[in-house]
Design a protein around this ligand. Sequence first.
Ligand code: EAX
Length: 323
Amino acid sequence: MKMTPLTIAAAAALAIAGAASAQTALKMGYAVPKDSHYGVGATVLCDEIAKGTNNRYSCQHFPSSALGGEREMIEAVQLGTQDMVTTSTGPLGNFVPEVKIFDIPFLFRNYDHARKTLDGAIGQDALKAMQAKGLVGLAWAENGFRHMTNSKRAINSATDANGLKMRTMENKTHMEGYKTFGILPTPMAFPELFTALQQGTVDGQENPIPVILAAKFSQVQKHLSLTGHVYSPAVFILSPNVWNKLNDADKKVFTEAAKKGAAAMRKRVNDDEARGIDLLKKDGMQVVEKVDGDSFRKAVAPAYATFAKEFGADRIAAIQAVK
Ligand code: EAX
């Protein structure tokens, strides 16, 4: 065929279109700002994906709940209208019941225990269970141990928490557990929380230090108590729409990238915990560092019978036994 200017232009246009379609920008959403443990984790994950696929895949970040609350983002990833989410397990148990067990208060002794459990067989089985629910769990990452803040009083023991109206995640396991502390749990999506605290719709909330910092809750909450009453995992989830198009090599790139993202996120949690308390004090928060943890543990102990019925005493014991 003789190349006329028109066919040359058409060929050039096709080449450009071809190159463009070979590059996919994945929509990645999360609840808190980009300068947070979520942003750090998502950035490392996405950079590693770009590197490992020679930029065939990259990410467009949607921090600060720009795509909605965590429940909505998980739904969108399931539907394929959003490609990826970095989320807490807050609403995840409503989609994948297998992850609910991790939300039991005082189940994990410390960070090491939680990380080992999630990276071990128990955590990996729960990741796999997501597949059957139309979600591809790439790796467990981390939100952190949750602590209580409120505008009413210092919480030294469970007695002080009694009667406080506290926003919780949309998470039945948390709500059941927190009721035993005498708290009035009020489930609410994260994007509504700052305003609810500002307007006094609720007295308090509970979140890990990295979230309290990133969401600037010191502006609307006077008291912080290092209750560490529950560990809050995070997880990188990919839409099956994307996953099913990947070849085996790319799948490996995504999975390995997620592990690196998780490591970066956990490191940022460590750093935020180490420097965060002083920052929050400077911002005017009154911090109770030595909380009577036993008073909370004693309060929640009877609820473990309910948890055992729902999740199996053996499964709870297996997690407790991880060393
Ligand atoms: O995932 O909803 C919550 O309190 C979460 O901890 C927060 O959005 C980070």
